[in-house]
Every structure is written in C-alpha cells, then in structure tokens.
Ligand binder design. Sequence first.
Ligand SMILES: *Cc1c(COP(=O)(O)O)cnc(C)c1O
Length: 355
Amino acid sequence: MKKHNFYAGPSILPEFTKEKTAEAVMNFAGTGLSVMEVSHRSKEFVAVMDEAVALVKELLPVPEGYSVLFLQGGASLQFLMAPYNLMGKKAAYLITGAWSKKAMKEAKFFGEVVEVASSADANFNYIPKTYDVPADASYLHYTSNNTIFGTRVNAPEVNIPLVADMSSDIFSRPVDVAKHDLIYAGAQKNLGPSGATLVIVKDEALGKIDRPIPTMLDYRIHIQNESMFNTPSTLPVYASLMTLRWLKELGGVEAIEKINIAKAALLYHEIDRNKLFQSTVPIKEDRSLMNVTFVMAPEYAEVEKEFLDFATAKGMVGIKGHRSVGGFRASVYNAMPVDSVKALVEAMQEFEKTK
Ligand SMILES: *Cc1c(COP(=O)(O)O)cnc(C)c1O
C-alpha cells in the first residue's frame, strides 16, 4: 500500500533526493567510492559544499554580506550559539511555542532576556501581533513556524535586527533575509536528513561582543573554514544539495509557496467543513502552511482513536498530534505531494460518512 508520510521531522523528502543520494551512497561523482567514505576535503566533496552554499544564496535569495554555513548540533545548538555570538547585554524573544521557549532558556545564560510577548495563555494557538521591543536589545528572536502548535510567524516589523529559527519552514515561502542578523534551520524538515544545520549569518553582526567564544561555537571560525573547521556531516549535506537542486528545477521558493498554499488550503478547508474535526488555530492568518494541527470536534472526541486507526489503515503515517496539543498533525512540507494531502482529505470525508 502507498504510504503517505506526514511525520513532523525527520520527514518526507523528494523522491529525487532519495534516488540521487542512494546512487551517491554506492558511487559518488564517478569516484567509485561512497559519498560516506570520501574525504570532506576531496575536490568532489568540496564541490558539493560549494554548490549547496551557492544554491541557498540563489534560492532564498541571500544578499551580499552574509555567510552560509552547514554545521552540526541541530537547531538546538543554535539556541545557544545565537546569543553566544550576537547578544550584548540584552536580547528579546517572542514566545510562540515550545521551540522559542527552549531558545530563550539558552539566551538566559548570556545576559538579560526580555520576553516581548507570549501566546502561552492560549496554548500557543495564535501569534501575538503587538508588543514593545527594547531598543537596546541586540536582536529579537522569533520562530517562523511553530512545528508543534501549527502556527506561523511573519518577520516582525521592528527596529532591531531579527534572529529566526526557520527549521520547519525554510524554503517554503519567501523571506527577507536582509532584516535578519541570523537565520538557522535544522535540515530534517524541509531540506534533508537530520545531521546538518543550515546557518545564514550577517558578517557585520559578528565580532561585536567582548565575551570569549569557544572555537567550535564561534561562527567566524566556521566562516573562515567554509564549514570545514571540523568534519561536516557529509551525507546530510549531499542530500540537502539534491533537495536544493530539486527546488530550483521546480521554480524556486515562489513556485513552491504557491503549491504549499494550495496544499494547506485543501486540508484546512476540509477541517473547517467536516463536522468531526476542528482546527486548533482559530485565526486563519496564523495557520501554518507546513504543520496542520486539528482535533476532533468536542461531540466526537471519543472517536479520535478510531479515526487514527481508520487513516492508518489507508496508508497515513505520522498524523498523531504532539502530546502538548493532542488530536492530529499533518506535516505537509515542500516535498509532500498534493496527492497525499488529497488522500488524507478523502479519509476524513469517508470517516465522516460512517458517523
Ligand atoms: C525540529 C525543530 C527544532 C529542533 O531541531 P533539532 O535539529 O532537533 O535541534 C527547533 N526548532 C524548530 C522550529 C523545529 O521544528
């Protein structure tokens, strides 16, 4: 049976990425060796890193004066590398979910942290829109897509630089990189397998603080060494490059955004229409295009498990909601084909008829 992969992360990748990576696992760039067993300093692998960096710059796009890195440690290490490198006495955080809370927790090791607003009062089912940002903060940190709570945040309009965790929606919609001192994203949602972390950092923003920074945590070291200060995660970087090539071929970020809007609309429309289900995010403009969260309508709460089994029998994988929201979460990242979204919608419609 065809499986429809709605996992939140690691998550679905394009067929192209999987096929090309499988080929390179056996024979990489005509070397007769696996991409897993060649030196990261070989000319073949350096070409992979260079093309991946160039495609990130081309596709977002990234303006002059920024460096693109592929590091390790996941987005979670960026929670502390960001303040380590960029925070003077103070930094501001917009709290829209579990990941921004974790990011803020790490910043507290480095100085005064101002929580400018939080939607914790409603289990993070909306995005705070108006708040004051301290003018003397080094940056405002936000999470552009809340993977767990199914909401998205547009880049806040503020007078200080932005730092953004874009782990779960990078390359899904256009972003004005120039407003940011730093953007980071774990690869395992929209780019590749886990093990690589994309970092885009403004060169000018670095070197302004006086705290000493351990070598491995200093962005400048990784910039000087072009992501090869130590061994990069070669296989995840290779797979990420394949996804970037796939995205370019498809027409880039603007083209995929149109597809993403259409895919998410199919699902949200069904959730709003179907008597059995309801969205967990009442304000439509706050709804994520990547992680669609929904629960049973209160009068049908007792058939939640029954729907999960029903959908699972039809090939749906990974739709159980995160424990802090309950219900269901369908992650519909860039690589998710519209046919899988339609299959889920059909399962919801068929299940409704049985009730
Ligand atoms: C998955 C995720 C993380 C955690 O990423 P790791 O690579 O596991 O550290 C952080 N932020 C967001 C928004 C995520 O979706």
